[in-house]
Design a protein around this ligand. Structure first.
Ligand code: ADE
Length: 225
C-alpha cells in the first residue's frame, strides 16, 4: 500500500510513523508513506498556503490553488482509491473503516490547518472525510498518523502471530478481555486460575465472557449495533 500525505508540517509525522510496527511495515516494503510539503507547491510568494476567509471572521483558510496543484500532480502519477481529508466534521473513524482502507492500494491524505481547507477542494477532489473524534486538534497531522497506524498494522504480513490484529479490541465488535503476564502472583494479586489451567477451550470461553462483560460495562453502545 502507498499513502501520500499532504501537509504543511511533514516533520510532525516523522516520529509517529518512524518507529515500531510502522517502521517495520515500511522496511518490509508492505507500506510506503510519502509526505509532501504543501509549501513546495504554492505559486504564491514566501510559501503562502493560507489566506483570510471571505465574509470575514477569525482564522485563516488553506487556499485551493496549492492543494489542487499537488493533488493533480499526484493523481497524474497514479490512481487513488480515496482522497481523504482529515477534519473534525468528517465521519468518525472506526475499526470497520480501518479494515476497509487496509485493503486499498493507494490513498491520499490531506491534513488541514487553521480554519480548514477551501470548500471547493472538498467538493471537487476529496472522496472521504475522516474525524478521529469529537475534539479539535491544531492540525490534521496527528489524526493522519492515527489513521495510517490503524490501517498500516492491518496490512497482511505487517503483524506477526504474537501481535495479530485478530484479537484486538473492536475487531470482533467487542472490547478486548483483560490480559496478564508473569508473575502469576504479584504482591498477592493473582492471575485468574483459568488462564493457568492449560485448557485452551476454557481460556477461550473465559476471554469471550470477559470481553462481553467489559463491553457491557464500558461501551454498551457497541452491543446495540
Ligand atoms: N483535524 C483537527 N481535528 C481533527 C479531528 N478531530 N479529526 C481529524 N482531523 C482533525
Amino acid at each position: 500500500m502507498r499513502i501520500d500525505i499532504i501537509t504543511v508540517l511533514p516533520e510532525l509525522l516523522d516520529s509517529p510513523l518512524g518507529h515500531s510496527i510502522m517502521k517495520r511495515a515500511q522496511s518490509k516494503g508492505l507500506l510506503e508513506v510519502h509526505r509532501h510539503n504543501l509549501r513546495d507547491y504554492t505559486p504564491y510568494k514566501q510559501g503562502q498556503v493560507d489566506d483570510y476567509q471571505f465574509g470575514g471572521g477569525a482564522g485563516m483558510v488553506m487556499m485551493p490553488e496549492p492543494l489542487a496543484l499537488l493533488i493533480e500532480k499526484l493523481q497524474a502519477e497514479r490512481t487513488y482509491d480515496e482522497v481523504i481529508y482529515m477534519t473534525p466534521d468528517g465521519k468518525n473513524f472506526d475499526q470497520k473503516t480501518a479494515n476497509r482502507l487496509s485493503l486499498k492500494g493507494n490513498l491520499m491524505i490531506i491534513c488541514g490547518h487553521y480554519k480548514g481547507i477551501d470548500e471547493r477542494i472538498r467538493q471537487h477532489f476529496v472522496t472521504m472525510e475522516i474525524s478521529i473524534g469529537d475534539y479539535v486538534l491544531s492540525g490534521g497531522e496527528l489524526a493522519a498518523a492515527v489513521v495510517v497506524d490503524a490501517i498500516g498494522r492491518l496490512i497482511p504480513g505487517v503483524l506477526n502471530d504474537e501481535t495479530s490484529a485478530l484479537f484486538d479490541s473492536h475487531q470482533d465488535g467487542l472490547l478486548a478481555p483483560p490480559v496478564y503476564t508473569r508473575p502469576a502472583d504479584f504482591r498477592g494479586w493473582k492471575v485468574p486460575d483459568v488462564l493457568l489451567s492449560g485448557d485452551p477451550k476454557k481460556v477461550d470461553e473465559w476471554r469471550h465472557e470477559q470481553a462481553l462483560k467489559r463491553t457491557e460495562e464500558r461501551r454498551p453502545d457497541l452491543l446495540e449495533d
